[in-house]
Design a protein around this ligand. Structure first.
Ligand SMILES: [Zn+2]
Length: 293
């Protein structure tokens, strides 16, 4: 077999670059190789290959990045050198994660200690030992400013208006801001239940870190949240989440998981905690792009 060395490169984005674009002919099959994060895949393949071919794959992280795992039907998802059996049309993705520690900025206006209503942001009962969960949220200014819903400077006011706050905010460009110290209780979860654990009922704030992604859900999700008028004025491109946000979220999750030994199954959505009232981060949030430890 003539081998043609092709290299797939992913740069910064979650851009998924395919190697092939043709339709299958006869008993030839295509392997589509994709990259998430920064790195390359050496895939010595021709455009199409006979059914049953075993293809070698090699994942090469870019500087400052590390190989995490493969997605798709590879022989060894954890190894950068692996193979895939082409018994059908296949898509495999090499996942690279940044080795860089996430840059965390102090929120505009500083960390919250005393709220505008005079109440104090207090420590968790057992400090950092109470941190066992991470809850993902969405926030935007779409109710008041549907045409310009992502001004970070507005977030503190939105928190004040709704008497809530979260520990972290990730803006549309993937910048991470901290509003509340990890060992303090933020009011982000509200009422709800999780996993039949009595201690978590209406008490998730004590046990969790809240992360707000600047984002807007589907029309159906937002109708009763921002009102039908604002909902019609939201730009379609402002709904959902950006690739930069997923990259930042993954870096932040890995940091928090490492610091507080939080297992991946303890990363939950606000909607999961309170499905009757909460939508976020919603149907447009791509859990498959979350690569927690
Ligand atoms: Zn929420």
């Amino acid at each position: 077999m003539v081998r043609q060395k092709l290299i797939v490169i992913g740069i910064l984005t979650m851009n998924l670059l395919g190697l092939t674009g043709c339709l299958p002919q006869g008993d030839s099959l295509h392997l589509t190789v994709k990259v998430q994060g920064q790195g390359q895949v050496e895939a010595p393949i021709t455009q199409s290959l006979p059914r049953g071919t075993i293809v070698d794959l090699k994942a090469l992280p870019a500087q400052g990045w590390t190989f995490s795992h493969w997605e798709g039907s590879v022989t060894d998802p954890a190894s950068p050198d692996t193979t895939v059996l082409l018994d059908r049309q296949q898509t495999v993705t090499a996942i690279f994660v940044s080795k860089e520690k996430p840059q965390i900025h102090v929120a505009p206006g500083g960390l919250l200690s005393r709220r505008s209503d005079g109440s104090q942001v207090i420590k968790r009962n057992r400090g950092e030992a109470d941190i066992q969960y991470i809850m993902l949220h969405a926030i935007s200014d779409a109710a008041a400013n549907p045409g310009n819903p992502y001004e970070v400077e507005r977030v503190r006011e939105i928190f004040r208006e709704y008497a809530v706050e979260a520990h972290y905010l990730i803006d549309r460009e993937g910048r991470i801001y901290q509003f509340v110290e990890d060992d303090c209780i933020a009011r982000h979860a509200g009422v709800g239940t999780w996993n039949n654990e009595a201690k978590l009922t209406n008490a998730m704030n004590r046990y969790s870190i809240g992360i707000e992604l600047m984002g807007i859900g589907t029309r159906a999700e937002m109708k009763n949240v921002i009102g039908p008028m604002a909902n019609t004025l939201v730009n379609a491109t402002d709904r959902g989440y950006t690739d930069e946000q997923y990259l930042a979220l993954n870096a932040l999750l890995r940091r928090l998981q490492g610091l507080y030994k939080i297992p991946a199954e303890n990363i939950i959505s606000h909607r999961a905690y309170d499905p009757g009232r909460k939508w976020d981060p919603g149907d447009l949030f791509a859990w498959e792009k979350v690569h927690a430890n």
